[in-house]
Design a protein around this ligand. Structure first.
Ligand code: ATP
Length: 710
């Protein structure tokens, strides 16, 4: 049974406890004076705009009051506001002078609520809690695309890089942790309509600390890279940065060796969105940064050679054209590009040619090659490009992990950073968005479990009076998507794997039949007259916790199968390129008895992620995008209100208000604060609960300021 002490309004640490031995290192008076000096210095009049912690908002149930406070502060460049220990961050869309080394120093080792809200305060608080309680934590950074998640996670990493102990060895790890970012961004980020540097994959990063708080290692997990971007980009969007960096920034010799021209316009895979050049992006200098980062992360010359061989081969692949021959089948019309692909991947030209134009069918005793139509050949070419890129990305993450691996086996504590794609609500319709939104439902469910629900249950369990706070539990939507046999994922997999003619439309029919009555699911056929007008025949709509999203079912089956024809696999298998060989060992079986589909793999990886997170203490950064135009100084009420709603901020605030700001198990509380009372310092003989009681009494807290659990 957990024993907790609950305390009102403030962390009882206006007393400075020395990190090393728990003894007060300064007298109370000295410390208080220092705090006041700190506050005076940092709390300029400007910082006092609005309320720094929503918990102190009088009209705490009013969304308008919430928005007013956020807006008021935003217009004064105060982008951070707390809800207790949750940090709300509004993207300023301009550089603010709040991330200097001086600022970092100001926030280091200072109690959370002493200084104006800042991402550094959160980072520091997490770190100090980890150090004093020797336990594991994670910081979940969420928000929609362009809200500032990646920037926030970089700021946290930079803070640790400066604030953690430093030695030559530790600096090595620190540099690699920091430099893994530009590499992953080059290969996993792209310009989208919403964000010029949008992460097109989910990322969880563990930072491992030793007893002294030194960063000794790290580990990265990546989720669902948007591979379709390799071959197709919507108008106004780009392919992954690395392609443009190579073409724009690659040295002459390198380009010659790769058979590339210094002109993005030349490559079909780079121009689909019609915006290869973007004013906010400097591909040339980013190329240099990536090169430097790769060398620090210890990629060997040959790794780098193979890596860019692959990137170039994808570009050549995209330029391969097909013509219809006299029999109506696909034939290759561009031998030059073929030659390059085959050279760079190290595959016999014959195998590549065969792979792109024919389908191999293995009958009992013989192999039969049936020719593709041009459409089929284009499909096979694109599937190959996506598969090559996807596997290369996984290889890259593994390689970075090898370089971050901590060889020392002594016990570590961990801070995990989760920066995962935001909820996609507007103008979305694809399989990828379905997966992303499912992921967000899962994270919302976790958030509910770890904060709102668990908080309420804990009060109940501890026998402490509590007025319950209503909230929307999105479990019903998670179930709709993932329930075994009946959920959308099961139905989708069933359609993908069953014999016979399954199509996207038969999937839609199956969904209508099996989950047609679900209150969060609707299709054209099921809808009432008014709603029907807003739905096409091939659409289905989910009523997510964050809003309604309409998905077009076209492409779901193909994307879920991630179909790479057998000859495509053959191409990969025969490749001499070390990276592809590594990712696609020649022993890999062609088919499994029941192949895992994309969405099922994703579901399992989310289960894994949830387990990782559940074993750690949660902290939250909720990022908000103030306008769609990426402009500084513009605060779009409708847009922000929507995000406040779906990020669950009002509910969180209500729970925080109703509850106590700080709670700790008796033994941990006593250990930390026992120096404040002569009866408990240096040792308390009785039970921890009794000790806490004595301590609290000595400090003179009023009975309504705290409650003690069972
Ligand atoms: N704290 C900040 N200060 C200044 N600019 C910022 C800040 N946070 C975000 N931005 C600006 O907003 C852009 C988008 O931010 P970011 O890439 O972090 O969004 P995101 O939430 O990670 O989006 P996605 O989900 O698309 O990856 C950044 O490139 C930067 O220009």
């Amino acid at each position: 049974m957990p024993h907790v002490v609950l305390e009102v309004k403030q962390d009882p640490a206006p007393y400075w406890i020395d990190r090393d031995n728990g003894a007060p290192s300064q007298s109370l008076e000295e410390r208080c004076n220092q705090i006041l000096r700190n506050m005076e210095a940092s709390l300029t009049a400007r910082d006092r705009v609005g309320i720094q912690d929503f918990v102190l908002l009088d009209a705490y149930t009013s969304e308008n009051a919430f928005l007013d406070n956020l807006r008021k502060r935003f217009h004064e460049n105060l982008i951070y506001t707390y809800i207790g220990t949750l940090l709300v961050s509004v993207n300023p869309y301009k550089e603010l002078d709040i991330y200097s080394k001086k600022q970092m120093d100001t926030y280091m080792g200072v109690n959370f609520f002493e200084l104006p809200p800042h991402i550094y305060a959160l980072a520091d608080n997490v770190f100090r809690t980890m150090q004093s309680e020797f336990n594991n934590h994670f910081i979940l950074i969420s928000g929609e695309s362009g809200a500032g998640k990646t920037e926030a996670s970089k700021k946290i990493l930079q803070f640790y890089a400066v604030s953690c102990p430093s030695t030559k060895l530790l600096n090595n790890v620190r540099d690699r942790l920091l430099l893994s970012n530009p590499v992953l961004e080059a290969f996993g980020n792209a310009k989208t309509l919403k964000n010029d540097n949008s992460s097109r994959f989910g990322k969880y990063m563990d930072i491992q600390f030793d007893h002294q708080g030194g960063a000794v290692g790290g580990h990265i997990l990546s989720y669902l890279l948007e591979k379709s971007r390799v071959v197709h980009q919507n108008h106004g969007e780009r392919n992954f940065h690395i392609f443009y960096q190579l073409v724009e920034g690659g040295e002459e010799d390198l380009l010659r060796w790769l058979g590339l021209e210094r002109n993005s316009q030349h490559y079909r895979y780079l121009v689909q969105g019609n915006c290869a050049k973007v004013s906010s992006i400097n591909d040339k200098s980013d190329w240099k940064t990536v090169q430097k980062a790769l060398s620090v992360i210890e990629f060997s010359e040959s790794d780098i050679e193979h890596l860019f061989g692959i990137i170039a081969s994808v570009l050549h692949l995209g330029n391969i054209k097909f013509e219809t021959d006299v029999r109506g089948y696909a034939s290759l019309s561009n031998n030059q590009e073929m030659h390059w692909v085959s050279k760079l991947l190290g595959i016999p030209a014959q195998v590549l040619q065969q792979g792109l134009t024919h389908r191999k069918i293995e009958a009992k005793t013989e192999e039969v090659f049936t020719p593709f139509s041009v459409d089929h050949a284009v499909y096979a070419r694109d599937a190959l490009a996506k598969a090559i890129y996807g596997r290369t990305f996984n290889w890259l993450v593994n390689k970075i992990n090898e370089s971050l691996a901590n060889k020392d086996s002594s016990r570590k504590t961990v801070i995990g950073l989760l920066d995962i794609y935001g909820f996609e609500v507007f103008n979305v319709n694809s399989f990828e968005q379905f997966c992303i939104n499912y992921c967000n439902e899962k994270l919302q469910q976790l958030f509910i479990q770890l904060t709102i629900k668990s908080e309420q249950e804990e009060y109940e369990m501890e026998g402490i009076e509590w007025e319950s706070v209503p909230y929307f539990n999105n479990k019903i939507i998670c179930d709709l998507v993932e329930e075994k046999h009946r959920g959308i994922i099961s139905l989708l997999d069933e359609e993908c794997l069953r014999p016979g003619e399954a199509t996207d439309l038969t999937l839609l029919e199956k969904m209508e039949e099996k989950i047609g009555g679900h209150p969060h699911f609707v299709t054209h056929k099921l809808a009432d007259q008014k709603t029907r007008k807003t739905l096409e025949r091939g659409d289905f709509r989910l009523l997510h916790y964050a809003g309604e999203v309409t998905y077009c079912v076209v492409g779901f089956l193909d994307k879920n199968n991630d179909l790479l024809y057998r000859n495509g696999k053959e191409v990969m298998r025969q490749s001499k390129n070390a990276i592809i060989k590594h990712c696609f060992p020649s022993s890999e079986p062609d088919t499994k008895r029941r192949p895992e589909t994309v969405v099922t793999q994703f579901k399992s990886s989310l289960v894994g992620l949830t387990e990782i997170l559940m074993s750690k203490e949660p902290w939250y950064v909720r990022c908000i995008k103030p306008n769609e135009a990426k402009q500084p100084g513009r605060f779009d009420d409708v847009l922000v209100r929507h995000q406040v709603k779906y990020l669950g901020l009002m509910e969180h605030l209500r729970v925080r208000r109703a509850g106590f700001a700080y709670r700790r198990k008796y033994d941990i509380f006593l250990q930390r604060y026992k120096p404040l009372c002569p009866d408990t310092w240096p040792n308390w003989k009785g039970s921890a609960a009794e000790g806490v009681k004595r301590l609290i009494k000595h400090l003179g807290y009023r009975p309504d300021e705290y409650k003690m659990g069972k």
